[in-house]
Design a protein. Structure first.
Length: 136
């Protein structure tokens, strides 16, 4: 999926359909919290899917348009929902790209992702979110 995301002639509709299939398949998976959270996020299909979307966004050059494409925003919003534990892997990957996301769309990043770093707000996601940027 990662190499497909950087293909020059990548079919956007097929790409995002594949992402949805992968996310739908893994949305009920159990999250295993341990000291290898970043490694698990990078290697889990949910983390790989989010990484592929961010890679697509970079290669599509829409990051220069000062707003996230709707397709990207929809998937990232899905990852930012606290209802599903397995989405933490996606949030680790989002956290690693938070500076770029904030630079392009600060309102979205403030509303949806910056709270990952608010240690008073949500202590469950704080440590993984912190290690995402540290390891990037």
């Amino acid at each position: 999926m990662f190499s497909f995301s950087s293909a020059i002639n990548c079919n956007k509709d097929i790409f995002f359909k594949l992402i949805d299939i992968v996310l739908d398949k893994h949305i009920g998976d159990k999250f295993q919290d341990d000291e290898r959270i970043v490694t698990r996020a990078i290697n889990h299909p949910v983390g790989k899917s989010v990484e592929a979307i961010i890679n697509w966004w970079y290669h599509d050059h829409s990051y220069t348009e000062r707003m996230l494409p709707v397709e990207v925003k929809n998937v990232l919003d899905r990852m930012c929902e606290p209802d599903n534990d397995i989405c933490r892997f996606g949030r680790v990957i989002i956290s690693a790209s938070l500076i770029q996301l904030y630079n392009v769309e600060p309102e979205w990043a403030s509303r949806r992702a910056l709270h990952f770093f608010d240690w008073d707000h949500n202590d469950i996601d704080d440590l993984p979110a912190f290690f995402g940027p540290v390891n990037s």
